[in-house]
Design a protein around this ligand. Structure first.
Ligand SMILES: Cc1ncc(COP(=O)(O)O)c(C=O)c1O
Length: 392
């Protein structure tokens, strides 16, 4: 029998401010495309240091629209990483283009810049129509953006940041999101801030801002009349209830990020030095991690399976995170991908384990997870004094 859950995997942080904001919308006549959306867009754009923000109904929708804006079409190639959520590559397929994967570096698990340059060189030599680079700021750490942007500019490529997991992260002191031509945030309830379902595209480009507004709204341009549609568009709009929730959340983003950071530090203090558990590491270019998940690497895939089972037996959920995209059955069948192509992503995919993580997580909940995890890897947990907790 499955034991009852003792610690949730994630938990959105919803206060009276959020409840009041959503109820206020419900008492108003405007439930879509209203003032909360505009205010939310301005607030997220400001957080990202961008000139424009366009709210959409998911991170995936935002990535899709960014691919369209980048002119990605049938037969084109977009370079990205296989160590991500499947939406990062699916958005390329929506436009009948080909996602070409590049392995990751082993520190922050983001796209490996040397491998990127090498793969791009080979693609260009083959005559491939490479259109864009889609770096993913995975687990809340930025990619090494400067060399990516320099490479893109040398070859006339568009850079779209998948910042779905990284709102508030900074790269060499600069917020992620508008480092490339556009970036996309996601607000699913496990994210640093939530709108329920929802996402936001940020950009400094005024023409792209107009284009995104049209594309998310059935192709209606700002100057189009009612039921006039200048282009093929979608219904990717973000409603006012979600926008009001997001506005209240983004106003508290700093507090939420600090709370997440504190939980990450508790994990670090308790698990540091435990044999068989590798802690998350910070890349030299990361000036702020926006803690999205707390992911450790265990010694092997077998050790991870044993840990998942031991945690589950105590009612503690955990997630094997990420199974690389190229090994998903659909990608294998369609593109002939196989094991061994991207060794670092595959190794991370075998050994990474996301532990329960949310801003209101208590120190005793962290203790419990660490105790069970340590036992699962063969270390014994002892004192409640941070720094001297584990006896191996
Ligand atoms: C890296 C990454 N890209 C894209 C997405 C897609 O966002 P959404 O679930 O809002 O469509 C996610 C969401 O989990 C993600 O983690």
């Amino acid at each position: 029998m499955t034991p009852p859950t003792t610690v949730p995997m994630c938990l959105p942080e919803i206060s009276d401010a959020e409840r009041d904001a959503v109820l206020e919308v419900l008492s108003s006549p405007v439930l879509a495309l209203g003032p909360r959306l505009s205010a939310f867009e301005a607030a997220v754009a400001e957080t990202a240091g961008a000139l424009h923000g366009v709210g959409v109904n998911s991170g995936t929708s935002g990535l899709h629209l960014a691919m369209i804006a980048a002119g990605v079409g049938e037969g084109d190639v977009v370079l990205t990483t296989p160590f991500s959520f499947v939406a990062s590559a699916n958005c390329v397929l929506y436009e009948r283009a080909r996602p070409v994967f590049v392995d990751i570096e082993p520190v922050a698990l983001t796209i490996d810049v040397e491998a990127l340059e090498d793969r791009l060189g080979r693609l260009l030599a083959e005559g491939a129509r490479v259109k864009a680079i889609l770096p993913v700021h995975v687990f809340g750490q930025p990619c090494d953006m400067d060399p990516i942007l320099a490479l893109a500019s040398r070859h006339g490529l568009t850079v779209v940041e998948d910042a779905c997991e990284a709102i508030g992260a900074t790269y060499k002191g600069r917020p992620v999101g508008a480092l490339g031509r556009a970036g996309v945030f996601a607000f699913y309830p496990n994210k640093q801030m939530t709108t329920g379902e929802g996402g936001m595209i940020v950009t400094d480009d005024a023409r792209w801002d107009d284009l995104f507004r049209s594309l998310r709204n059935q192709g209606r341009d700002v100057f189009d009349g009612w039921l006039e549609h200048s282009r093929l568009g979608y219904n990717y709009r973000l409603d006012e209830m979600s926008a009001a929730l997001g506005l209240a959340q983004v106003a508290r983003l700093e507090t939420l990020l600090v709370a997440r950071q504190r939980v990450a530090e508790w994990y670090g203090e308790r698990l540091r030095g435990v044999e068989g558990i590798e802690l998350p590491s910070r890349a030299p270019w990361t000036t702020r991690t926006s803690w999205f998940v707390y992911v450790v690497r265990l010694a092997s895939g077998e050790a991870r399976t044993a840990a998942i089972e031991a945690l589950a037996a105590r009612g503690i959920p955990s997630r094997a995170y990420f199974p690389p995209i190229h090994l998903q059955s659909f990608y294998r069948e369609r593109f002939g991908h196989r094991l061994g192509e991207f060794p670092i992503a595959e190794d991370a995919g075998r050994r990474c384990l996301a532990l329960p993580f949310f801003p209101s997580m208590s120190a005793s909940q962290v203790d419990l997870v660490c105790e069970v995890l340590s036992a699962a890897v063969g270390a014994r947990w002892e004192s409640s004094d941070p720094g001297c907790r584990v006896v191996t």
